[in-house]
Ligand binder design. Structure first.
Ligand SMILES: Nc1ncnc2c1ncn2[C@@H]1O[C@H](COP(=O)(O)OP(=O)(O)OP(=O)(O)O)[C@@H](O)[C@H]1O
Ligand SMILES: [Mg+2]
Length: 256
């Protein structure tokens, strides 16, 4: 049985085709979520079918998740990102008990039980402080790409602290630090520490435990992962491609 999972996120749309008999991923790809998100979805869907030489009838079920999950009329079912991330991570690494997902506009912490089922979760979608938006703003202010932030912060030589947790005020603070000739390396490290502390306080409402996993597009930032693991006092397991976890979980949970 072959199924499809699609995660229509605020920044990126990710698609997975999963073979349940072989328990393997047949196709995975992501594109930036277009101003017209249905265009991103149709593009990915056509590409998946074409590259696997499949037709629509070969796909037993299609499940959508993510911020835009209700906009694809061809989806048979929609599920929450919490369930999707949990199923994706439980398949990739059944040992994991706590998942930290940071995407473009929200962050979630999900606690799993011993069967890999969702036991509890905490979600922040009200404030940009613990999300990819903070990193995007920082990169924009420093005139670099988000993918360059991690490498830069690894060369930080001083632990400065941001006084503002609000991204709007933190932006003004970053501008003023730049004007005071504080290095970009130290500014980015301060942003990472600030996000890590924010995530740790978000977790305080939960009874969480190791092994911990870090997923979502922001998990590609290794320096931030290092800052979070210091807050937790524990290592973090990061999937090889953290961006696709929720799409994978949606494909795994898709059954007609
Ligand atoms: N190499 C990288 N280092 C740091 N951040 C990155 C990197 N690549 C992408 N990102 C960030 O990852 C975020 C996108 O991740 P993801 O695809 O998980 O978000 P999304 O699912 O679209 O958002 P949401 O779940 O909030 O709706 C963006 O904020 C982007 O800046
Ligand atoms: Mg997401």
């Amino acid at each position: 049985m072959i199924t499809l999972g699609i995660d229509i996120g605020s920044r990126n749309t990710k698609l997975i085709i999963f073979d349940h008999e072989k328990q393997s991923i047949l196709f995975q790809e992501w594109v930036a979520t277009n101003i017209d998100p249905t265009k991103s979805i149709e593009h990915l869907y056509a590409k998946a079918l074409h590259s696997l030489r499949l037709s629509e009838k070969d796909i037993a079920a299609k499940v959508a998740t993510g911020y835009g999950r209700k906009i694809w009329p061809l989806a048979d079912k929609v599920i929450s990102e919490i369930s999707a991330h949990a199923a994706g991570i439980a398949w990739l690494n059944p040992e994991v008990r706590t998942i930290i997902d940071i995407g473009g506009q929200d962050s979630k912490v999900i606690v799993l039980d011993e069967q890999g089922k969702v036991f509890d979760f905490a979600m922040n979608d009200k404030c940009a402080a613990g999300t990819g938006r903070f990193l995007e703003m920082t990169a924009m202010r420093l005139g670099i790409e988000v993918s360059q932030l991690s490498g830069l912060a690894e060369d930080a030589d001083s632990e400065i602290k941001l006084n503002n947790t609000c991204v709007v005020f933190a932006e003004t603070e970053i501008i003023s630090l730049m004007a005071s000739k504080v290095s970009a390396e130290n500014i980015v490290r301060a942003v990472h520490c600030s996000i890590a502390k924010r995530i740790f306080s978000q977790m305080s409402a939960l009874t969480h435990g190791a092994p911990y996993s870090f997923t979502g597009g922001v998990a590609q930032n290794q320096d931030l992962a290092h800052c979070i693991s210091i807050e937790l006092g524990s290592s973090l397991w990061i999937p090889p491609e953290p961006e696709i976890t929720a799409a994978l979980g949606a494909a795994i949970l898709a059954k007609p």
